[in-house]
Design a protein around this ligand. Structure first.
Ligand code: NAP
Length: 511
């Protein structure tokens, strides 16, 4: 896959910037564009990859596509009249992000191929020191947009390292390996797997799909846009806006089914069961793919071709747990060995422990991972964290969604951060950090709201819930509410330091 904004070897990093942004996906790119537009031009965006795109750069598996409608899955400030279908395939989203980056004029402040190693708050100087594999940058403000679903999680299956065939994760697809005519296993039946399975099934001699938990899969209302619609998107700006608004509010209507009463999702249950019946005729297989928890407890998936793919003669659904992997195959707990040439691991990502947290050291010399060890991930408004001044996380704790577009949440957080920077400038503030009591109250309210959601009560184990049993990933209200709560930077919830306090601190430490 080629990229238009690739830098083979990054230009030297500036030693000092006002704002450092980590990550060049939707979050980092959107932040850069809005910083620039609002006159905060002194920023640097670093990304370990070779282009913008984040998850849409990294997930190149066959069949990768978005399960949020195209019109809603773009920046509000950069509409794309060129979407070809109602649900966009990954290459179109990646191309959209690359084009938006090129057209925005901010790419001169992006450095690709740069891995952030550590971010340390220097209390005396009131600055972040950011070490990377290409040198150190000192910044007043750090904004992380490093993604909630970016670090692949490999399963801890005995013997996986001994397998002599090809093994790769869904988010690190090996395009050099030809699956044609091979015996292949796919482990996992989540959002990635159900897109991979129908595509891989077309190429391989035999496919085993290892299912630990049957997911809910609704029909996918995907279709190519008609010529007239595409003309409308391109030449009648209001048409595309109205389309997007209609989809947005339609999606908001799903919220009560998740957070108030799962019985409201009864029509979705009906549609999903019909999806099984339409795709599979064998009663045993139908039974095996029928979920045993409430719809919504795990992410609701959408596909028209997953069940028909499983029903094919050369595809087997394996529901016995995996006991071990040998050099040549997979052994299930009933003692059966299935020999394979390749294993696709579609087992998800680190979600409730952010890998970047171990590398961020705050005011008291504590890492973010330490700060979250006992409580699980917590933040104020999903964005700022007590003990970590001038740090803003996009897609931070409890900002995830099961029903609508993360781009909407990202833009809400960007607006909040811009409001913070504006107020810091107006009042000549050197640092801002949420008051612990404000953060605690925010999280108590969230966890209270979580109690009755289907994510907590629906009878499943999901990546939404952390090891303390707390849902630290999802937002339990409407996205509209999130946007209104983050519309203005609420300084009274923050401990702030002005220039005088900072100078006093510096002198005190020097004495
Ligand atoms: P996932 O939803 O976490 O699914 C992982 C799958 O692997 C589950 O079926 C899980 O089973 C299984 N699994 C994990 N460990 C296993 C083990 N040791 N043995 C057997 N099975 C194991 O991961 P994902 O499918 O990559 O999706 C992650 C998220 O990315 C999605 O929820 C979604 O938010 C996003 N995503 C979106 C799209 C899209 O827009 N189209 C596409 C892909 C991903 P259990 O259910 O039993 O845990």
């Amino acid at each position: 896959m080629t990229s238009t904004n690739q830098q083979i070897s990054p230009a030297p990093l500036p030693g000092r910037v006002r704002t450092l942004v980590v990550g060049a996906g939707f979050a980092g790119l959107g932040t850069a564009i809005k910083l620039d537009e609002n006159g905060f031009t002194d920023f640097l965006v670093v990304d370990k990859g070779s282009s913008v795109g984040g998850t849409w750069r990294d997930n190149t598996y066959p069949g990768a596509a978005c399960d949020v409608p195209s019109q809603l899955y773009s920046f509000s400030f950069a509409p794309n009249p060129g979407w070809s279908r109602s649900f966009s395939p990954q290459p179109e989203i990646r191309a959209y992000l690359e084009r938006t980056a090129e057209q925005s004029g901010v790419l001169d402040r992006f450095r690709f191929g740069v891995t952030v190693e550590d971010l340390t708050w220097d209390e005396t100087a009131g600055l972040w020191t950011v070490s990377t594999d290409h040198g150190t940058v000192v910044a007043d403000i750090v904004i992380t947009g490093s993604g909630g679903l970016s670090e692949p999680k490999l399963p801890e299956i005995a013997g996986i390292d001994t397998f002599q065939g090809e093994v790769f994760h869904s988010a690190r697809w090996n395009h050099d390996y030809d699956l044609a005519g091979k015996r292949v296993a796919v482990i996992g039946t989540g959002a990635s797997s159900i897109q991979i399975v129908p595509e891989v099934a077309k190429q391989v001699a035999h496919l085993d799909v290892y299912q630990r938990t049957a997911p809910w899969v609704m029909p996918r209302k995907d279709r190519p846009y008609k010529g007239i619609e595409r003309l409308g998107f391109r030449f009648v700006p209001f048409f595309q806006k109205a389309f997007r608004t209609g989809i947005y509010w339609g999606r908001e209507c799903f919220v009560p089914g998740f957070v108030v009463n799962p019985k409201l999702a009864a029509p979705a249950v009906k549609l999903s069961l019909k999806n099984i019946a339409d795709g599979i005729s064998d009663p045993e297989l139908r039974k095996a793919v029928t979920p045993n928890f409430q719809l919504g407890c795990k992410r609701v998936l959408i596909s028209n071709d997953y069940y028909p793919a499983l029903a094919q003669d050369h595809v087997d659904l394996v529901t016995d747990g995996i006991a071990e992997i040998t050099p040549t195959g997979i052994v299930t707990q009933d003692g059966t060995t299935r020999e394979v040439d390749a294993i696709v691991v579609a087992t998800g990502f680190y979600t409730t422990e952010q890998p970047i947290a171990q590398h961020i050291t705050g005011r008291d010399g504590r890492t973010l991972a330490d700060a979250w060890r006992d409580s699980g991930m917590t933040a104020y408004k999903g964005t700022t964290i007590s003990g970590f001044p001038n740090l803003f996380q996009i897609v931070g704790p409890n900002t995830g969604l099961g029903h609508s577009s993360m781009v909407f949440m990202i833009e809400s957080q960007i607006a909040y951060i811009l409001s913070a920077l504006q107020k810091m400038g107006e009042r000549e503030l050197v640092s801002v950090e949420p008051r612990p009591e404000a953060q605690d109250a925010w999280n108590e309210d969230l966890q209270q709201r979580m109690q009755r959601t289907v994510w907590n009560t629906g009878g499943c184990a999901s990546w939404y819930i952390d090891s303390h049993g707390r849902n630290t990933t999802l937002w339990p209200r409407t996205t509209y509410k999130f946007r209104s709560l983050l519309s203005d930077f609420d300084l009274d919830a923050y401990v702030v330091a002005g220039r005088q306090e900072q100078t006093a601190k510096t002198k005190e430490n020097a004495a």
